[in-house]
Write a protein that binds this ligand. Structure first.
Ligand code: PMP
Length: 286
């Protein structure tokens, strides 16, 4: 059984409790982060901590007292759960006032709810899927307009994954005004020659922590990077395609809406970026 963290306490998972009035539960009034763990160490912790603070600020959510100590809490959960490889999920909500109300509760009276738990995934880095790639479908992007904030409003992305599954694919890329925004839980890329193309940052997509690291490593390896939007048709004609996220790292995409990308097998750029990303992030893990 896992040991989880809830509002200052480390508890067995079946003893951890949240109020029915919690605004995360009633209104999806919460933000989250997922940090991966390799060799018992945290990957890109600082990036996740910075984005978390930004998400809180954008929603005018009070900072929980534990915010400066989150590195320690992550490490303690790794230790208590003997986590070698996997993820740590963190969620902060605007807390549990004593009734349901659209108006934000008084931050003096209602403290944020903070929950963290581990997810053990042995073989995360050595994932055999990276050798064969994934198939994706395109769907309309029907999410709200502030996708740069990492909120727990994940119903549409969850439906998107189910649409992909129903179509015999692994995941979906979302399209708005003819351009790909991102994957249901990852950033989307195509490769043409020596150039990596991924959508520019803005409110339309989540500013992926893995995206920032991968683009930095790509530039250091003398690859060209173009941050601009692209269409599904352009992606189907590209040499390669891939996704990035904290839990999939760099994952090749070999099929888009039934059309093979490039040779239909993972390409060299995605494979190389996955290798560099894993190697460099392992070195920088804390
Ligand atoms: N976009 C969306 C919509 C996501 O949910 C995620 C992962 N949570 C990402 C991109 C990738 O972000 P990161 O690399 O920080 O995991």
């Amino acid at each position: 059984m896992r040991t989880v963290y809830v509002n200052g306490e480390y508890l067995p998972e079946n003893e951890a409790k949240i109020s029915i009035f919690d605004r995360g539960f009633l209104m999806a009034d919460g933000v989250y982060e997922v940090t991966s763990v390799l060799d018992g160490k945290l990957i890109d912790f600082d990036g996740h901590a910075k984005r978390l603070e930004r998400s809180l600020n954008e929603l005018e959510m009070p900072h929980p007292d534990v915010l400066p100590d989150l590195l320690e809490v992550h490490r303690e959960l790794v230790r208590l759960n003997d986590l070698e490889e996997g993820m740590i999920y963190l969620q902060i909500t605007r807390g549990a006032p004593d009734d349901r109300d659209f108006v934000f509760p008084d931050p003096e009276a209602t403290k944020p709810t903070v929950v963290l738990f581990t997810q053990s995934k042995p073989g995360l880095a050595d994932n055999p899927t990276a050798k064969k790639g994934i198939k994706i479908i395109s769907i309309e992007d029907q999410r709200w307009a502030r996708r740069d904030i990492k909120t727990v409003q994940l119903l549409y992305p969850s439906m998107g994954k189910m649409m992909a599954k129903a179509a015999g694919a692994d995941d979906a890329w979302m399209v708005e005004d003819g351009a790909v925004t991102e994957g249901t839980s990852n950033n989307a890329y195509i490769v043409k020659g020596n150039t990596i193309i991924t959508r520019h940052l803005g409110n339309e997509i989540l500013h992926g922590i893995t995206r920032a690291a991968v683009l930095r490593f790509a530039r250091e390896a003398q690859m060209q990077v173009e941050e601009r939007s692209f269409t599904i048709a352009e992606a189907q004609e590209a040499d390669e395609a891939f996704i990035t996220s904290a839990s999939t790292f760099v994952m090749p995409v070999v099929d888009i809406d039934g059309a093979s990308v490039g040779t239909g097998a993972p390409g060299p750029v995605a494979a190389r970026l996955r290798e560099i990303y894993l190697e460099e992030s392992r070195k920088l893990a804390i």
